[in-house]
Design a binder for this molecule. Structure first.
Ligand SMILES: Cc1ncc(COP(=O)(O)O)c(C=O)c1O
Length: 420
């Protein structure tokens, strides 16, 4: 019997899964040729259900820091699964994990665990409200903090009151931050910040030290808390909180994705001053205390602490950025490559509906590379220089094909984002 094609799987899914797929894993707004389903993954590679092998520059949207199926991390998970996972109470491993995070993250004196990044950001919001007795937050327009109603980026199913008490600023714009804090007035509970600006559809920017420092000052002056949402970038920029790189310590930080290399766990960590408030909020979930993901996280954190994964992913990112830049220029294109090199955002210049970017990405996938046309990507420590050179070779070929196709490309009706 032959395996079903991706198209056949989508037809089956459309009958039993709303919209055929939902959330960020729906490929409905991605270019032609993107598979919806995958059969297997190993190291830096993905196999779609039709047997095509793809070098994966998305790393499962962030969790894969040491590659799919990392033997040490998965062994820790499986061993703990056999010993005891979701039990009537937590395993002592939970304390080991909290101690490890507290030892690694400069501002952290305690840790609480949950499952998704959205759980951690919501817990941060609740802890800030419990600590201050206030309701309002300041956050940057366009920044993603999870899919719960208070931060959901789409209107469907969200009541306006779910997103009331929010004052928006522009990332890295001190005047707008000050204005948002002023507008929150005496009700300000927290200033949320991404480690760097990693909004979809747009060029990324690192935080200016002045912006981070001003956020800290404003939080201190108003009695609000400063929260850094590390869910996407945590441990990809530093072995500590990302804002340690600009010398600013938040009161709370939210972690997920890479902290267990794909196993389901997230965390909220905080400073001494928020300990009491954190102990007062009602925060729990059926699977939040399960021990296997905690064991996987401990094994991941050990590799973060003890290996040169960070330096290696940065070196690979630099190689990729230079190679893609040269390949683009050689074919008359300019790429806007922004963000940290190990979390690259790659957009085409002068491409308002992304028709060039979409065509190029759809050729990349044909040449065996899974890229994203408008979301930042991720490099993993499972990649090597040969993998990066494979991407650059595929890029050259895809640019060559783009040059031929460009004059006849029609409007891109799949692109869902803002036109730059
Ligand atoms: C910065 C940031 N915060 C929060 C979240 C929500 O995490 P999760 O999807 O695990 O709920 C994400 C997910 O992409 C994220 O990138």
């Amino acid at each position: 019997m032959t395996e079903p094609t991706d198209r056949e799987l989508r037809q089956r899914a459309a009958r039993v899964i709303p919209g055929g797929m939902y959330g960020h894993q729906s490929v409905v707004s991605l270019p032609d040729g993107y598979p919806q389903f995958f059969a297997r993954a190993e190291g830096p590679w993905l196999w779609d259900t039709e047997g095509n092998l793809l070098l994966d520059l998305m790393c499962a949207y962030g969790p894969q820091l040491f590659g799919y199926g990392n033997a040490v991390i998965d062994r820790a998970y499986i061993e703990q699964l056999h010993v005891g996972d979701a039990m009537t109470g937590p395993s002592p491993i939970m304390i080991d994990l909290a101690e490890t995070l507290v030892g690694m993250i400069g501002h952290a004196e305690w840790a609480m665990f949950c499952k998704n990044g959205s759980d951690a950001t919501t817990m941060a919001l609740m802890a800030a409200r419990a600590h201050t007795g206030r309701n309002s937050i300041v956050r940057a327009r366009g920044a993603y903090h999870g899919s719960q109603p208070w931060s959901n980026p789409r209107p469907a199913g969200v009541a306006p009151s779910d997103q009331s008490n929010q004052h928006l600023c522009i990332y890295n714009d001190i005047a707008s931050l000050e204005a948002a804090v002023k507008s929150a007035g005496s009700d300000l509970a927290a200033i949320f910040a991404a480690p760097y600006r990693h909004d979809v559809f747009t060029d990324q920017s690192l935080p200016s030290a002045a912006y981070a420092r001003r956020a800290r000052e404003l939080a201190d002056q108003t009695g609000a808390l400063l929260i850094v949402d590390e869910v996407r970038a945590g441990f990809r920029l530093a072995r500590d909180c990302s804002w340690s790189l600009v010398g600013v310590a938040p009161d709370l930080s939210c972690w997920g994705k890479a902290i267990a290399n794909g196993h389901p766990i997230s965390a909220l960590v905080g400073s001494e001053k928020v300990r009491v408030a954190a102990s007062r909020i009602y925060a729990t979930g059926s699977y939040w205390f399960a021990a296997a993901a905690m064991a996987a996280s401990l094994a991941t954190l050990r590799q973060i602490r003890d290996t040169d994964y960070l330096e290696r992913t940065i070196a690979l990112g630099e190689r990729l950025r230079e190679g893609l830049d040269a390949a683009a220029k050689a074919h008359g294109y300019t790429l806007r490559q922004t963000g940290p090199v190990q979390m690259p955002q790659i957009l085409f210049d002068s491409d308002p509906d992304m028709r060039h970017g979409y065509f190029w990405c759809s050729r990349m996938i044909k040449h065996g590379v899974y890229m994203h046309p408008w979301h930042n990507m991720f490099l993993s420590a499972a990649m090597n220089e040969a993998n990066i050179d494979f991407v650059i070779d595929a890029a050259r070929e895809s640019f060559r094909e783009l040059v031929v196709a460009a004059p006849t490309l029609g409007a891109n009706d799949r692109y869902p984002g803002p036109r730059s």
